[in-house]
Design a protein around this ligand. Sequence first.
Ligand code: ATP
Length: 341
Amino acid sequence: MQDIVIATIGSHSALQILKGAKDEGFKTLAICKKGTERIYDSRGYGVADDIISVDHFEDWNDSIEQELMKRNAIIIPHGSFIAYMGHDRVRSMKAMYYGTKEILEWESDRTMERQWMEKSGLKLPRVFTDPNEIEKPVIVKFHGAGGGFGYFVAKSPEQFWEVKNRKYPDNNDYAIQEYIVGVPIYAHYFQSSLTGEIEILSFDKRYESNADSIGRIKAEDQLAANIHTSYTIVGNIPVVVRESLLPKFFEMGENVVQTSKEVTGSDKGLFGPFCLECIVTRKLEIYCFEISARIVAGTNPFVEGSPYTALKYDVPMSTGRRIAREIKQAIEAGRLEEVLG
Ligand code: ATP
C-alpha cells in the first residue's frame, strides 16, 4: 500500500476519488490543467499529495505515463478522463488502470451499447434511424456532446429538420430516441471483482439548463419567447427512490454485469463503479437509455456517503472511497491484477 499512489485527472469526480483514497490510507496524485491546481492541493481541498501540471489534457504523452509508472500510480478513470484521452489512448495505456478496458468499445459505440442493453433485458426507448419516420416526441442526441449540449426535442420530421438545418447543418452524427415522459433517475452501482457482489451506492437526478427551469415560466410566455428545451448539465441532485423499486434496480445492474461478461467474452466483464441512466414513468416502468461504465459525476453529492451506504458501512462511503477500498483489499489479498484493466 505504501508504494502505491492513487491518481486521476483533476476534473469531474476527482475530489471524491482522491479524498476517498486518502481516507483508505493511500497517497494521492492529481494531474491538473495549469491554473486548476489549487482546487486539489492544500490551497483548496487538500485531497492531492502531489500534482503534475499539464497545459492541456489532450497533450498526455509518454513522459506523463512514464512518470506515473515510476510513481506506481493506479489511474482511476472518470468521465472527463475518458473524454480527454479518447478510448484508443486509454486502451493502449501501460500505466496501471482501475477498471475493464474491454468494455470501453461496448460503451462508446451506440450500436454495441444497445446490443448490450437489449441482451441485458433492459427496457429501452425506441430508436428512429430515419428522421422522416418521427411520429411521436423524440430526443435528438449528438454523439460526443458531453453533458447534454445541443440535445433537442422534436415531435415531427418537419420540426426535426427545422432545428437540425438551422442550428446543426453540418453535424450528422446524431441518434434519435423516443422521448420517455417520466423522471430521470441515475442509479450508481459498484460491482466488486473480489467478492462478486453488486451494491447500489446512490441515485441522483441531474440539474439541467434549461429543462429544469422551464416550469418556472407560464406556457404562454414560453411560446412567446420561443424557448427550445435544452439539457446542459449544471449539477446533480441526490435522490432516494421508492423502496419497492430497489429489487428491480438490483436486478437490472446484475443483468448488465452478467451480460458484459458474455459480450466481451471475458470473465472480468464490467466491474467497479457504473451507472444506469434511466427514466421512470408514471406506471413505474424503468427505461434505461445509457450505461456509463465508470464513476459518474452524479455520485459527487455523496462524499460523506449516501442513505444506502450508511446502511451497509460504518464509515462515510463515497464511490471514490469504495474504489480505493477495493484496491486496498485487492492489494492485501495479493489480487491487484484482478482489478486492473
Ligand atoms: P452522458 O451521461 O454520456 O454525459 P449526456 O449528458 O450527454 O450523456 P444524456 O445523459 O444522454 O446526456 O441525457 C441528457 C438529458 O436528456 C437527461 O436529462 C436525460 O434524462 C434526458 N434524456 C435522455 N434520453 C432520454 C429519453 N429517451 N427520453 C427522455 N429524456 C431523455
